[in-house]
Design a protein around this ligand. Structure first.
Ligand SMILES: *Cc1c(COP(=O)(O)O)cnc(C)c1O
Length: 359
């Protein structure tokens, strides 16, 4: 007898994050991880510095102050909010709590690569539904549901496509999913989709719908690791039993609370993202590079083929710009480019215009 991991674990390939270094470039322009080009709220930085003076104390276990702040800002019931170490932790706890050996976890063809990892970590079987024109296809998803399906993950807006389902389509999806299966609406980019509540309204209507959100993208706090979920009380109760009592540090709790309350910073970032996203999309189209309308803080730029995408990536690297290769998501011909500041977008468009002229 030797030690052996649980079935499924060794099928997990390590997650590949966005690149952060270019050989010979001291300060590359990093547009590979959908981070906020303006950093985070200065109120968050100040709160973190202040909390650091008291970090010999254990943090709270109930995250009450942060949950209250989130509930205030989003007009939700704080009792049905749970906070985690990034939304990743909550997404994985959902799989652990509700799926296991013999169960199926469903997501879509170009869905976030972590969904497969969450399914396998829980010992469940990952099942992949096809998409249609780089969009989640509600009918195809529903057709893949079996009596064994316990969890469906979709990101809305989706990563890496930036496409989104409207509320009518999401509602149709929620209505079609059996009561024995959870629909997890991953709202990592929800704020960037104008007029969308991240699925909070659907959570209130359907007992089996869960919404997850993060401080990593819009709030510029990816390094702090804070996310949250909103769901029916009985789902929150399950997650609270399996999360670590001290999962969030006092420093992280303080930073996220100050961040969520700084609405002026958020409004500024959203305005700027919408403006620069339109500029980036328009500029790419002018260069003959196709992209769908994005509802997130990145754009999926599609080239003629894989060779051209790789050549464009190499050219951007030469210009000191890091973007994301998305072959692993089923898009060998594309690059995912985070929407940066006005200057960042100009730099990308200049480099790609140069690339198109010289190749
Ligand atoms: C970035 C991202 C997340 C969340 O990340 P955390 O930093 O763990 O909150 C979740 N889902 C998608 C689709 C993402 O792109």
């Amino acid at each position: 007898m030797t030690i052996a991991a649980q079935p499924g674990i060794m099928d997990i390939a390590l997650y590949q994050g966005g690149a952060s270094k270019i050989e010979g470039q001291a300060e590359p322009l990093k547009l590979s991880s959908n981070e906020n080009p303006f950093g985070c709220s200065s109120a968050a930085t100040a709160a973190v510095a202040k909390a650091a003076l008291r970090m010999h104390r254990y943090p709270t276990t109930d995250h009450a102050a942060l949950r209250e702040a989130i509930a205030d800002v989003h007009a939700l019931d704080a009792g049905r909010i749970i906070c985690g170490v990034g939304s990743d932790e909550l997404l994985t706890l959902l799989a652990m709590g509700f799926a296991g050996p013999g169960d199926e976890v469903l997501y879509t063809e170009h869905g976030f690569s972590m969904y497969r990892i969450f399914a396998l970590s829980a010992g469940a079987e990952p099942v992949v539904a096809p998409e249609k024109d780089r969009r989640v296809d509600v009918d195809a998803l529903l057709a893949c549901i079996s009596p064994e399906t316990r969890l469906v993950y979709i990101a809305n807006p989706a990563n890496p496509t930036g496409t989104a389902l409207d509320l009518a389509e999401l509602t149709r999806l929620a209505e079609g999913i059996p009561a024995t299966c959870l629909l997890v609406l991953d709202g990592a980019y929800a704020e960037f989709f104008e007029g969308y509540d991240g699925g909070a309204g659907l959570v209130d209507r359907f007992r089996n719908v869960v919404m997850t959100r993060t401080f990593s993208k819009l709030y510029g706090l990816g390094g702090l690791r804070v996310g949250w979920a909103y769901a029916h009380q009985e789902i929150i109760d399950v997650l609270n039993r399996i999360r670590g009592p001290f999962n969030l540090s006092s420093v992280a709790l303080a930073g996220a609370e100050a961040g969520v309350r700084d609405r002026a910073f958020v409004a500024r970032c959203l305005r700027d993202n919408a403006e620069q996203r339109a500029r980036l999309t328009g500029g790419l189209n002018q260069l003959g590079i196709a992209c769908d309308e994005s509802h997130a803080n990145f754009v999926l730029a599609r080239f003629a083929d894989e060779a051209e995408a790789l050549a464009a990536d190499a050219h951007l690297k030469q210009a000191g710009i890091l973007v994301r290769l998305v072959k692993g998501y089923g898009f060998p011909e594309a690059l995912r480019i985070t929407v940066g500041s006005a200057q960042d977008v100009s730099q990308v468009l200049d480099a790609l215009s140069n690339f198109k002229r010289t190749t």
